[in-house]
Design a protein around this ligand. Structure first.
Ligand code: HEM
Length: 423
């Protein structure tokens, strides 16, 4: 993450149109249900400028895929920059530190992206993920044992989906379980700092948190270098074989810092969004719990239907034309995966939850092309195990009716804060 970037404030202005006024990603009604607004915008002005976030918003499936596949004309550099450039006080917190992680994966471009991707994906293969399955099942069962004796109604986020992905990631990275609380807190702060709209006082506090979080990652990698174990970070340390030319420990710490965030907040939200969609459809839930509906397609449809990553950023390297609109070089783009995944030109009856739909795998939730999410198999596995175990052990589970749902307001992540359930 390039915390010190001021690019947002330097970006060229765009025209203010009807869509610009209609789109407010922080308004309570949009945060609660962005899909009707996105559908209208996709039809009327599929590409428009939003002064609210100083970015061009792109909503059509085909256009988004085209941008993601075109690394020559669209850079990923801004992918994890703060949406609002940091205030001077917050900037000085970062400037006076040793926080200088180079762009490596998600916010990097060719040619150096390929070198990092090849090194960091090498030990992150299917076998490593599959080896985590018994741990995932055991962890989920532990949470469900506690849920079984909890007061009813219970919050399914707090009871299950919030912690499981973090614990799995901790297992993958080889982090002590007692650290889960503080790392989860740092990760959530980072979502607000990067994709939200914190006040200056909040930016100051959140920047201190980001720094603490980075130092934690540095220390962790040093510990792995001193005593490697059976985990992903130790694999990376072994793979570099003491050779800074292959990868420095500082760069590995940068990846640990990014993975601690990338790999669980997203999966937590993917799981709870899918539970919410599935539990609302009682006949489908019935088929699922009777084993008549396989779970894999439910997971995939959940990822399409209500994606935890709603929008992702790119920057035009040259003047480009998208859906008839010319965007000058330097334009910042917010690619709305949430709109692409519900584009009727791509998906039939896009607003219906239909496990097993023909082309579900084409959804954009994990990105596309050279940056395609490296953790997708793990995220899918975790969500599947959570759904399977809950369906098996809580067959009468239902959403408490008439509760007020609350999502974290930001442009890119859709995270349900709480989901009350009874059984
Ligand atoms: C439901 C859960 C998840 C979602 C929705 C998600 C989504 C994404 C998205 C949208 C990207 C950027 C793609 C692009 O720019 O084209 C990405 C990249 C990435 N994700 Fe995930 N992710 C999830 C879970 C995970 C997990 C569990 C891990 C790690 C174990 C992970 C590791 C990564 C990494 C390393 C990248 C950077 C890849 C690159 O730039 O080469 N993600 N993810």
């Amino acid at each position: 993450m390039r915390l010190l970037s001021t690019a947002a404030s330097e970006a060229a202005e765009g025209p203010v149109t009807e869509a610009s006024c209609k789109y407010n990603p922080f308004s309570p009604s949009y945060v609660l249900d962005p899909y009707p607004t996105l559908a209208e915008l996709r039809t009327k002005e599929p590409v428009f400028f939003s002064p609210e976030i100083n970015s061009w918003v792109v909503t059509r499936f085909d256009t988004i895929k085209k941008v993601l596949r075109d690394a020559d004309r669209f850079s990923a550099r801004i992918a994890s920059d703060p949406l609002t450039p940091l205030c001077p006080a917050a900037r000085s917190v970062i400037q006076e530190s040793d926080f200088d992680v180079p762009p490596m994966l998600v916010n990097n471009d060719p040619p150096s992206h390929a070198r990092y991707r090849s090194f960091f994906s090498e030990p992150l293969q299917r076998a490593r993920f599959d080896s985590l399955e018994p741990f995932i099942r055991q962890t989920v069962d532990g949470f469900l044992d506690r849920l079984a004796t909890a007061d009813r109604p219970a919050d399914l986020v707090a009871a299950l989906t919030w912690d499981v992905p973090a614990l799995v990631l901790f297992k993958l990275l080889g982090i002590p379980q007692e650290d889960v609380g503080k790392v989860k807190e740092w990760a959530s702060s980072r979502v607000v700092l990067t994709w939200g709209r914190p006040s200056e006082a909040e930016q100051f506090e959140l920047s201190k948190g980001a720094l603490e979080y980075f130092h934690y990652a540095v220390e962790l990698v040093q510990r792995k270098a001193a005593a490697p174990g059976d985990d992903y970070l130790s694999d990376l340390v072994r793979q570099r074989d003491g050779d800074d030319g292959k990868m420095t420990l500082h760069e590995i710490a940068g990846i640990a810092f990014n993975l601690l965030f990338a790999g669980h907040e997203t999966t937590s939200s993917g799981a709870i969004n899918t539970f919410a969609a599935l539990l609302r459809d009682r006949p489908l839930w019935e088929r699922v719990r009777l084993g008549e509906q396989p779970m894999g397609p439910v997971v995939e449809e959940g990822l399409r239907f209500d994606p935890p990553v709603q929008g992702w950023r790119r920057q035009a390297k040259v003047d480009v034309e998208l859906d008839g609109i010319t965007l000058p070089a330097g334009s910042r783009l917010l690619l709305m995966f949430a709109a692409a995944n519900r584009d009727p030109a791509q998906f039939d009856r896009p607003d219906d939850f239909i496990p097993g739909r023909r082309n579900v795998m084409q959804h954009t939730t994990f990105g596309t092309g050279s940056h395609f999410c490296l953790g997708a198999p793990l995220a899918r596995l975790e969500i599947q195990v959570m759904l399977e175990q809950v369906a098996k052990r809580f067959p009468t589970l239902a959403i408490v009716p008439d509760q007020t749902l609350e999502y974290v307001p930001n442009t890119s992540f859709r995270a349900l804060k709480k989901l009350l359930v009874q059984w």
